[in-house]
Design a protein around this ligand. Sequence first.
Ligand code: FBP
Length: 262
Amino acid sequence: MIPGADDAITRDGKALILAYDHGLEHGPVDFEPVPATTDPSTVFDVGTHDAVTAVAVQKGVAEAYYPSYEDDVTLLAKLNGTSNLWMGEPDSAVNWSVDYAAEVGADAIGFTFYGGSNHEVEMAEEFRRAQEKAREHDMGVVMWSYPRGQGLKDDTSPDTIAYASRLGLELGADIAKVKYPGSPDAMNWAVQSAGDMKVVMSGGSKTSDEAFLSTVREAMDAGASGLAVGRNVFQRENPEAILDGLEAVIFDDASVDEALAA
Ligand code: FBP
């Protein structure tokens, strides 16, 4: 972690990253609730909302669509990713170089790291190359830190999520994105485990406005530095409304009731 390296993708030290790499990770099935989101322009439009500090996409989507949004959106290049069609032990292909991501206009890179996978060693070496190259370009580094693999019994237990955030600090991320471990105490343990590095909560599958904002409120109260979210925003008919609420909770310290009224 280098203090300030994430400045381009944070506001007041907090992040609201809109993730839209689901076409690769899960397939177009994630776009079925709101079919217009199959078109990346629809989600880039959402990403122009003031609350969004960066939009995370894969190479092909960035190449084709980011040029139309470069004045209004901060690009986070999701460097690696694997389809749901892959049936092996968790692994993630590096799909573009950091140099090329910088050329396309990215201010930060995102990298999935599956601690505990049989491929952990190779993934750590790939992360090392990407992280050091990102430093050359003054780009922020966000680790999607998702422990998983055949040896891991519970990938969201408090100790596992604390280990996930710690791996981000140890390996040189500026921000670690972790799954919510189920309680404020567990989230606080994950935040403490990361030292001065920022920890943001991962969105997860779509829930109600109240349930989602309550979980984000809990995470923020536990010391999280924001959110990286996909489906809980773009699978809503009115994504701007939930972004208004998230902006209130994350940046204005609003209660859930205040956020629901935002
Ligand atoms: P969501 O908020 O929709 O959960 O997105 C966050 C994210 O990390 C995406 O960047 C990624 O596509 C997806 O979750 C991967 O989820 P998983 O590996 O758990 O299926």
